[in-house]
Design a protein around this ligand. Structure first.
Ligand code: F0G
Length: 463
């Protein structure tokens, strides 16, 4: 922020458009057929039937011309690719972690770290679960325990750092189970399932002190660390004059290792990594990566993809980029708030989360309100969103019962550098339309349920 004039300027994009990808405008009739054939699950739609795709911000970003140019410099050697060394150096520079193992995407890194660190019967406290992260912890024999502050579960509460850890609850858990049963604390920045809500640096510093006291390490899910840094700069006293890059580095320096789905903040279509500071852990990770991903100097990524990532990381922490990125999300969120549509507040970094429980108060959770709402929005306009409620939460592995989470949400996730302000206007118009007609939405019943991560492939029919 340099001077008054800068502050008044809109969040407008710090780039211009060089290439366009046509999208199809469908008729209501076509959409009726498409969603029926997709069994009312937006994950099963064909993308050609989608107009504005807000399913996810994962792997859907537009790369810059510099990144595309880097793709041509792919060194596709099986071992020791130049692009790996460029990536390693970039990660060390921007995030500060010492040892890096590339993986094909975020869950590849989650798999490796869970298998290395977790023993059967362990507990892994974290600031709200993420679907794949928790599943890998469970597959390794662990149990996830949510230690996010209670404010995170209240969608109406305007609390600036809903991603914070409830330190008292965490300490009670450590005392209850003993530090020996807790291999690490799992900390996400810009907590996805809470609505893209940030953790503050002061909370992270206190967490560091607490974990040091008990000798427990912190593993950072840094998938959306730049968005978290943006909110710290905006909201946390003392950080207004720090750069996003400095804040990102400060966050990483407070943790012992990280898993990264580079498909989000880091502006690439595929890729991820595991980063650790401990040499011993790195050695174990190198042993695992060759089994499940590939050699430690490519880990499931092509040379060109590692180059695109090495170039995406500096772009992701640039001030103008992150201001426009989050600015666009806030723009859509504010529009919906102005229309009195129930959304999770404050608006998060990567998307706007509709509160389906309030949107469809006449539907109980066993009628899958969020799943139904996502299908209705698609029907209205071809806008694709996703369920983040009872379907995503799955079942309790012990009792087999639905987990019935407090948050029953539809996520409108904004890809980075892809859609325009006019697209956001259309999304808001469509949601308003569905909102006005909400009494006619009657819910869904589940026809088919896969064993793992059921939201991806479950099938439904209309009631
Ligand atoms: N951690 C977080 C916070 C994520 O949001 C994701 C993916 C992952 C880990 C796993 O990474 O997909 O590269 O294997 N989230 C996507 C989403 C799927 O739509 O939110 P991945």
């Amino acid at each position: 922020m340099k001077g008054q004039a800068r502050k008044k300027r809109s969040w407008a994009e710090p780039y211009k458009i060089k290439m366009v990808e046509p999208v199809k405008m469908t008729t209501r009739e076509e959409r009726e057929r498409a969603i029926r054939e997709a069994f009312y699950n937006t994950f099963l739609l064909r993308s050609r039937d989608v107009y504005i795709d807000l399913l996810t911000d994962s792997g859907t970003s537009a790369m810059s011309d510099r990144q595309w140019a880097g793709m041509m410099l792919g060194d596709e050697a099986y071992a020791g690719s130049e692009n790996f060394y460029h990536l390693e150096e970039t990660i060390r520079n921007y995030y500060g972690y010492k040892y890096i193992v590339p993986t094909h995407q975020g869950r590849g890194a989650e798999h490796i770290i869970s298998q290395i660190l977790i023993n059967k019967g362990d507990y892994i406290p974290g600031n709200m679960y993420f679907t794949t992260t928790k599943l890998h912890q469970e597959l390794a024999g662990g149990t996830f325990i949510d230690v996010i502050i209670p404010e995170a579960h209240d969608p109406d509460l305007e609390y600036p750092f809903k991603g914070n850890v409830d330190l008292q609850k965490l300490e009670d858990i450590i005392k209850q189970h003993g530090a020996g049963k807790i291999p690490y604390i799992s900390i996400a920045t810009a907590v996805n399932m809470a609505g893209g809500q940030p953790i503050s640096l002061s909370n992270l510093k206190e967490l560091r002190q607490l974990t040091d006291k008990y000798g427990i390490i912190i593993i950072h899910d840094m998938t959306r660390v730049a968005e978290n840094a943006y909110f710290i700069k905006d909201r946390e006293p003392g950080y207004q004059d720090k750069s996003i890059a400095e804040i990102v580095r400060e966050i990483c320096d407070l943790t012992d290792g990280a898993t990264m789905s580079a498909k989000k903040d880091a502006l690439v279509n595929i890729g991820g990594f595991l980063a650790v500071n401990d040499e011993n852990l790195y050695e174990k990770a190198m042993n695992m990566v060759v089994i499940y991903e590939g050699l430690h100097t490519y880990g499931g990524m092509a040379g060109r993809d590692m180059e695109a990532l090495a170039r995406g990381i500096p772009e992701s922490v640039s001030e103008d980029h992150i201001r426009a990125r989050v600015g666009q999300v806030l723009y859509l969120g504010q529009k919906l708030i102005d229309l009195d549509i129930p959304v999770v507040k404050p608006i998060g970094g990567h998307g706007v989360f509709l509160n389906a429980s309030q949107f469809l108060p006449h539907l109980s959770q066993d009628l899958f309100p969020a799943q139904s709402l996502a299908a209705e929005i698609y029907l209205d306009s071809g806008v694709r969103s996703m369920e983040r409620g009872v379907v995503s939460a799955g079942r309790d592995p012990e009792t087999g019962k639905n987990l019935n989470p407090k948050l029953e949400l539809v996520r409108l996730t904004i890809p980075r550098r892809v859609y325009t302000q006019a697209h956001m206007d259309v999304v808001a118009e469509s949601i308003e339309e569905v909102f006005l007609d909400r009494k006619n939405i009657r819910g869904l019943s589940m026809l088919y349920e896969p064993k793992y991560l059921r939201f991806f492939q479950a099938k439904f029919e209309r009631i």
